[in-house]
Ligand binder design. Structure first.
Ligand code: PLP
Length: 399
């Protein structure tokens, strides 16, 4: 089988893919066609929270597939209710809308925010305040609040009424938010933008702006939420109180599932037919989400992330002391960015050669999003590998 031809002839080339084809996984490892093992420190971009081929998840999915996979949202099934009630306990937001991806969850947040103001008799309240370096997805709505012009420019015009604010400038946020603002859109830790945590001062300005103007707060927790940072949600670290939360990625541990979590007052403004999804929250997706949420809450996974996260934090700071190429270490739990003084691409290639999967984002940042189940011994292994990769990447640039 000519794998290269299969990939290049008929698959739309929207990704620059790494030259490797994986055929199976086990825990924090992936295996390629030749049986070579790779330590996966990116987990399908923050998705494989329970690791690859997790036996509990595999068993639950197989059983669910033998029982019932899909009935559509014309009919209720109890798995949706169970997932929604777990998410409500974690977030304090009482309602869930189910979809299939993070982008869809963000699109839902934007629509429900608009609907809230429309229902309240303020249809003219259409402005959005979004942050520089933000990434919220690539549908027209979510792209409109995504910052990188490289993603946006070919698809203009997008939603027009967006004001951009630097996350380093709380005062700018306060002057940008007005009584015409539908919502402020944030990630507690910006992921694609370079693993940039929002500061407590910026969070205070967000709270202030909400109070002063009544603007809604949309927290995009697709990447930093659901235990990734060691807390249920990244916004909780900042003491924020969102009206709408988007989740995805870790929730299905590989099954495509996303969700919007809504406060009761926003939910009350939404009517039947306002939004929908044929697949959203089907039985297979919800079963995966339940396995994950069980592990996170009663299975001790969140405490585990805190423990190995602290180990990661200490090890990465040690690496920063040793390798001058590291400008800054940012993140929390199992979401880390090593901001380099140089392009991160050669380091990603060096890692692949050594059998380690990492990712470059915002040009200079090595991003790490390992599976939540990574063990302490595997963290040590990851740190030792990163030490070698940082030396190799520097040598490669010098050559
Ligand atoms: N929001 C954030 C913060 C993300 O990191 C991503 C994806 O990386 C998305 C939204 C889009 O999610 P998806 O790719 O599942 O549509």
């Amino acid at each position: 089988m000519d794998v290269k031809a299969l990939e290049s002839q008929h698959v739309l080339q929207t990704y620059r893919r790494a030259p490797v084809v994986f055929t199976r996984g086990e825990g924090v490892y992936l295996f390629d066609e030749d049986g070579r093992r790779y330590l996966d420190l990116i987990s399908g971009v923050g998705v494989a929270s329970l690791g690859h081929a997790n036996p509990l998840l595999a068993e639950a999915l197989a059983e669910q597939a033998r029982t019932l996979v899909h009935t559509s949202n014309l009919y209720f099934h109890t798995l949706q209710g169970q997932v929604a009630s777990r998410l409500a306990s974690l977030s304090g937001l009482s309602r869930t809308f189910f979809c299939n991806s993070g982008t869809e969850a963000m699109e839902g947040c934007l629509k429900f925010a608009r609907r809230f103001w429309h229902t309240s008799g303020h249809s003219g309240r259409t402005g959005l305040v979004a942050l520089e370096h933000a990434f919220h997805g690539r549908t027209i709505g979510s792209l409109s609040v995504t910052w990188d012009d490289h993603y946006r420019a070919p698809f203009a015009p997008l939603l027009q009424d967006v004001v951009w604010v630097s996350p380093g400038d709380p005062a700018a946020l306060l002057s940008a938010v007005s009584d015409r603002t539908t919502a402020i859109v944030i990630e507690a830790i910006q992921g694609e933008g370079g693993v940039r945590p929002l500061s407590p001062a910026f969070a205070a300005a967000v709270r202030d702006a909400q109070q002063r103007t009544g603007a809604l707060l949309i927290a995009d927790e697709v990447q930093c939420g659901l235990g990734r940072t060691g807390q249920a949600f990244g916004y909780q670290r900042l003491g924020l109180d969102p009206d709408l939360v988007a989740v995805g990625k870790a929730l299905g541990s590989g099954m495509p599932v996303g969700a919007v979590l809504l406060s009761e007052r926003v939910a009350a403004a939404v009517s039947a037919g306002d939004h929908g999804s044929t697949y959203g929250g089907n039985l297979l997706a919800c079963r995966a989400a339940l396995v994950f949420l069980d592990a996170l809450t009663s299975g001790g996974l969140q405490a585990h992330v805190q423990e190995v996260g602290a180990q990661f934090a200490a090890g990465l700071c040690e690496l920063a002391g040793k390798h001058a190429v590291i400008r800054e270490v940012r993140g929390a739990g199992l979401m880390w960015g090593l901001d380099l003084c140089v392009d991160a691409a050669p380091f990603v290639q060096a890692a692949l050669r050594r059998g380690v999967l990492i990712n470059r984002t915002a040009d200079t940042v090595i991003r790490l999003l390992p599976p939540f189940v990574i063990s302490s011994a595997e963290v040590e292994q990851a740190l030792a590998q990163l030490d070698a990769i940082l030396s190799e990447g520097v040598q490669e640039r010098a050559a």
